[in-house]
Design a protein around this ligand. Structure first.
Ligand code: ADP
Length: 404
């Protein structure tokens, strides 16, 4: 196999990975997509090739793959067997790059130390994102590793978008509106240039609706505003996170319900959102299939708030030329898209029922003043592209020299 780039997205109990072959003219071809999940409980490695055929399905006892380093060992063994050699570089998804990291960055021990400072800003994601980076730095220090940040694409926000109305000292120490899902929005901005160049230079609102959900305002392909802020708790209701919440609710939980900071954190990340509101599920598929009125209420709140945020982002852009849906729900749920667009009719957005039902790329008729699209996102390809770019800019050579 030609040179490969490994993309790693490490979570609390799983490592998702994709392997891309670097073909001629630096074209990236996806070769493998897989994950090791159930680390410490029911560890299992599953991977599929580019055609979707399963190439490995292996389980271990809990004690054999108890922690992340064990899972990484297994992943390396599998890749060695399957591919024959190690990748030329690894691109990592890192949720938080703070205010300093505004572009993909070659990882060194000093970069890891700086990124550790953002753990309190993304307590569920950041430690897990950094763990495999540290392990590879120890074991294969010569291997190029690139950190790609969910926050980086939003670093060009105007000052007014970056602020909360709180004292400046807090802003200076990093309490800012960062915005997340940046790799997804960057991919969509690039894809729009390909499929709708006349729109890509205009005012676009993108709704990334997955188990985490946010929205972004793109002006000529650059992010100028996001529904998410300091952490990935803000903005839209999500699978298990509440989205925008009066800070008074948090005070109430702590002072009246006696919840500690840790308990409140757990509650806000795991027990709210569609799951908390419906009392049924965090999965939109289950809610759509349910006849329980609580499921309908949860979905109504979800689509209502997506429409509210679309209005807010339209105001930030001074108008709207296009609305794009992406991620698990955005790409696959015509009923959700319809409910959102119906609320946005006042902006001049119309849907073509048939195109929406089939989740076609353009789901608005020609006459619609605002064009509406469904564009599958590909954050891993974006990470692989960034990693390849850094590799080709000869950073790997410098990097090897620096470490030698
Ligand atoms: P993440 O990457 O944030 O984990 P995804 O973008 O994969 O999430 O989205 C996952 C969510 O997408 C699921 O929780 C589910 O609610 C929703 N989803 C996936 N397929 C469908 C579908 N066919 N209809 C409605 N919702 C779907």
């Amino acid at each position: 196999m030609s040179e490969t780039i490994l993309v790693v997205n490490a979570g609390s109990s799983s490592i998702k990975f994709q392997l891309f072959a670097v073909e001629s003219s630096n074209r990236l071809a996806r070769r493998l997509k897989g994950q090791i999940d159930g680390i410490g409980t029911r560890p299992r490695l599953v991977a599929k090739d580019a055609k979707g055929a399963c190439v490995v399905d292996q389980s271990w006892s809990t004690s054999d793959v108890a922690e992340l380093p064990d899972a990484l060992n297994q992943l390396v063994l599998f890749l060695r067997n399957y591919v024959g050699r190690l990748p030329v570089a690894i691109g990592h998804r890192v949720v938080h790059g703070g205010s300093g990291f505004s572009a993909p960055t070659v990882v060194t021990s000093s970069v890891v130390q700086q990124l550790e400072r953002f753990i309190p800003l993304a307590p569920l994601h950041q430690p897990n994102n950094l763990a495999p980076i540290r392990i590879v730095l120890e074991r294969q220090p010569q291997l190029l590793q690139v950190a790609c940040f969910d926050t980086a694409f939003h670093r060009g926000h105007p000052d007014v978008a970056d602020r909360y109305a709180i004292p400046e000292t807090l802003y200076a120490e990093g309490v800012r509106r960062y915005g997340f899902h940046g790799l997804s929005y960057e991919y969509i901005a690039e894809k729009l240039r390909e499929i709708a160049p006349e729109i890509a230079g205009g005012r676009v609102v993108v709704a990334h609706l997955g188990s985490g959900a946010s929205m972004c305002a793109l002006a000529a392909g650059k992010s100028i505003e996001s529904s998410m802020g300091f952490t990935a708790l803000d903005g839209l209701p999500m699978g298990t996170r509440p989205g925008q919440l009066d800070a008074g609710v948090v005070l109430y939980l702590m002072s009246e319900k006696g919840m500690s900071a840790k308990e409140t954190e757990h509650f806000l990340y795991h027990d709210c959102g569609l799951k908390g509101l419906s009392g049924i599920s965090n999965d939109v598929r289950e809610l759509l299939a349910s006849s329980d009125p609580r499921a309908k209420l949860a979905l109504d709140v979800f689509t209502y708030r997506i429409a509210l945020f679309a209005g807010m982002l339209t105001a930030a852009l001074g108008g709207i030329d296009s609305l794009v849906f992406t991620a698990g729900i955005g790409e696959n749920a015509p009923l959700i898209r319809r409910a959102v667009v119906e609320r946005l009719a006042w902006l001049g957005i119309e849907l073509s029922d048939e195109a929406n039902e089939k989740s076609q790329t353009r789901i608005s008729p020609e006459r619609s003043r605002v064009a509406c699209y469904v564009i599958p996102t590909d954050e891993e390809l974006m990470i692989a592209r960034h990693t390849l770019q850094i590799l080709r800019e000869n950073h790997s050579v410098e990097f090897k020299e620096k470490r030698a």
